[in-house]
Design a protein around this ligand. Structure first.
Ligand SMILES: [Zn+2]
Length: 275
């Protein structure tokens, strides 16, 4: 099993917005990662999809246009799903499974490129999103127009996977492929149904903690969410609790990787836009 992360886009943000003791005047180039897990039985499995040009083109609600303008992501062309998959020797049609950790726009924007793939996610969250009004979704940073029309028919519900004990301090999770390679771990607070993915067979054990925080430094601050966390979080108390859970896992010897942290990690694919 090999695990890679690609960067789909950069977003500029003041350090203070994502780190409670950061500076307003320091601008960070936040990444928008997604994972490519090369599984021995299932081939390339995507972990979210990052941003794609779909947030800038095609039929879009007013809300999505305003969102794209407000966050102003700059797409990394060499980090788009088709390019990153090619770099690893795969085509988009080789992807038969995609894990969606939550439904924020920066995690689902390329989903429509994969019309055949099974979508492994939290079905109750998806059902809630599809059954409620656009305004509520907009407030949560969710834009159903980015989701494929037949998504519900392709979902594999993580709640149906066997329960398994995740390593170190993580507690109970769901064994997504029933082989102990990927354990989904609840990390509530950031968004509805938000979960992380633990890879017990890697050394050190890795937790993709997704959007629990934007930068590593904020994990070390157990009592205060950064400004962006206070604005975005579905539930602030749960978000802080999840952040502390990830920090505790790191203290126990685990490695945590975040979607948006600007620093390169050993799992990041080589991209020209990294320089
Ligand atoms: Zn998010």
């Amino acid at each position: 099993m090999k695990l890679h992360f690609a960067n789909s886009a950069f977003i500029s943000a003041p350090e203070r917005a994502v780190q409670p003791d950061g500076r307003w005047r320091t601008t960070l180039g936040l990444r928008v990662r997604y994972g490519i897990l090369v599984h021995p039985q299932h081939g390339p499995v995507l972990i979210d999809t990052g941003y794609s040009k779909d947030i800038f083109e095609g039929t879009r609600s007013f809300g999505l246009r305003a969102y794209a303008a407000a966050f102003g992501p700059v797409l990394a062309q060499d980090g788009q799903t088709e390019v990153a998959l090619n770099q690893l020797g795969f085509a988009t049609s080789d992807v038969s499974k995609i894990i969606i950790t939550h439904f924020h726009a920066d995690h689902v924007s390329a989903l429509r490129r994969f019309p055949q793939a099974e979508i492994i996610t939290d079905l109750s969250t998806l059902t809630t999103i599809l059954n409620r009004g656009g305004f509520t979704n907009l407030r949560h940073g969710i834009f159903p127009e980015l989701l494929p029309h037949d998504l519900l028919h392709r979902v594999v519900d993580i709640a149906g996977s066997p329960i398994a004990r995740a390593p170190l301090t993580l507690g109970i999770g769901r064994d997504l492929f029933e082989d102990g390679s990927v354990i989904a771990v609840d990390l509530p607070g950031h968004a509805e149904g938000h979960f992380g993915l633990c890879f017990p067979q890697l050394d050190p054990v890795l937790l993709y903690a997704c959007d629990v925080q934007w930068v590593q430094a904020a994990l070390a601050m157990p009592r205060q969410l950064p400004l962006l966390g206070r604005i975005v979080s579905k539930n602030k108390r749960d978000a802080l609790r999840s952040s502390r859970k990830v920090a505790e896992f790191q203290r126990a010897g685990g490695m945590a990787l975040l979607c948006h942290d600007p620093a390169l990690t050993p799992f990041d694919l080589e991209q020209l836009s990294n320089d």
